[in-house]
Design a protein around this ligand. Sequence first.
Ligand SMILES: Nc1ncnc2c1ncn2[C@@H]1O[C@H](COP(=O)(O)OP(=O)(O)O)[C@@H](O)[C@H]1O
Ligand SMILES: [Mg+2]
Length: 291
Amino acid sequence: MVDQANKLREMVRNIQQKERVSIQHQLKVLSVVSGKGGVGKTNISVNLAIALQQLGKRVLVLDADIGMNNANIIMGVEATKTLLDLLQDDLSLKDIIVKGPNGVDLISGGADLFYLEKLNENQQEEIIQSLDDLQEYDILIIDNGAGISKHSLTFSILADEVILVTTPEPTAIADAYRVLKAISIYELKSKVKVVINQIHDIQAGEEAYNKLLRTSEQFLKIELEKLGFVFNDIRVNKAIMDQSPIIIKDPKAMASINISQIGTAILGDKEYRYNVSNLKQFKNRLIKLFG
Ligand SMILES: Nc1ncnc2c1ncn2[C@@H]1O[C@H](COP(=O)(O)OP(=O)(O)O)[C@@H](O)[C@H]1O
Ligand SMILES: [Mg+2]
């Protein structure tokens, strides 16, 4: 009898311990946004995920570009299941995650993200519970659609950090500024990290960044941080054509080196440890969003 009671107590202790571990699990959520489309968000999200994985982190990518989800194409994997399957077929998050290159995993949100706001309480509960599977990861990268959509702003609220991608083109900079303005007006984040992609020389990158910085300093209440530059590199296009992420296909290419440096900069940030949530906090933010 005593033996059995002891066993039971141990079992309860184990379960409690497991629950504590899961809710305390630290997950860094990065939301990648842009004003203009086609500036390189998906290519950077996927390759950055691999770079971070190579630096020892376990990384999951959420493709949240409604209607134009293509992270799977750049990763060279087929994503057949989406978030909606999780509810309809009673699957867990693990079941809809696709194994990508170099151990980087992918969830395809796709058009199903539209339904997320129409979920009933049970379904919301199911989604929130399924997030326990995120304890397998250290970093979640959300690859958003372009522009100021309700969804990209929502994901930026959920995220610990927002990474804004732009090219040096004046139109892209103007659109990037509009995103910063929305983030600032709605007070979604007090700080945004910026990547200037497809630069032809460092000077063009510096000028583009400074333009964004000056205008933001003048008109917005938001702090910018220069996260890095990525050179315009024909090998990016080649890698995309081959459906093989450039950082794997051509690690010595300039764009690969640049994206690796961005990975190092993210992990090297002295605020990294403070700017991270545990699963419980992440879940609570989602619960608040569900209202
Ligand atoms: N650093 C780069 N050098 C050259 N071409 C690039 C670079 N980054 C992106 N591209 C090109 O831009 C296109 C759009 O990139 P993508 O990541 O799909 O943008 P987004 O997700 O912002 O719409 C790619 O197909 C690729 O041809
Ligand atoms: Mg994209």
